[in-house]
Design a protein around this ligand. Structure first.
Ligand SMILES: Cc1cc2nc3c(=O)[nH]c(=O)nc-3n(C[C@H](O)[C@H](O)[C@H](O)COP(=O)(O)OP(=O)(O)OC[C@H]3O[C@@H](n4cnc5c(N)ncnc54)[C@H](O)[C@@H]3O)c2cc1C
Length: 117
């Protein structure tokens, strides 16, 4: 993104919000982009490999990186959506979700004309 997103968002990074540290990772990377002067792109997803993540953590003996339950994932996802909408002048998003609440939230926001949903 630092190389290609100087004028507009071309490269998007996927943010899997079922992982506990990804919301913080996204907001931190946004701060870095502001400092360095490029437009970060985020593809926001809840995440498709929950069982694999949990199984691997158990097998390899580290704490599961997945949120404790569906509500925690929903809170992280919707919080990330809200953060991006509130900062839409300095970042870009693609929302990879079929969730009705999340999609309705985006379709009703004033920023929706600038979003790829
Ligand atoms: C355009 C597009 C691109 C995508 N790209 C990617 C990608 O690059 N990488 C990727 O991983 N996925 C990707 N996905 C898949 C996406 O992550 C799944 O569609 C998504 O997980 C299903 O969630 P949802 O937002 O549609 O809503 P919902 O159906 O409301 O959410 C289901 C999701 O919630 C989470 N969840 C469910 N139960 C629990 C629980 N007990 N604890 C914690 N979390 C739970 C899981 O992530 C589950 O998939 C993409 C989807 C789309 C539409």
């Amino acid at each position: 993104m630092e190389l290609h997103n100087k004028q507009k968002p071309i490269v998007y990074n996927t943010i899997q919000l079922y992982l506990t540290e990804r919301y913080a990772h996204m907001t931190e990377s946004h701060k870095v982009a502001l400092e360095k002067g490029y437009v970060p792109g985020y593809k926001l997803v809840r995440g498709a490999y929950m069982e694999k993540e949990r199984n691997r953590a158990e097998k390899e003996g580290y704490q599961s990186p997945v949120q404790v339950n569906k509500q925690a994932t929903d809170d992280a996802y919707n919080g990330a959506l809200q953060y991006c909408v509130e900062h839409i002048e300095t970042l870009a998003i693609c929302a990879g979700s079929h969730n009705e609440h999340s999609c309705m939230y985006l379709s009703r926001t004033d920023a929706q004309r600038r979003l790829a949903v």
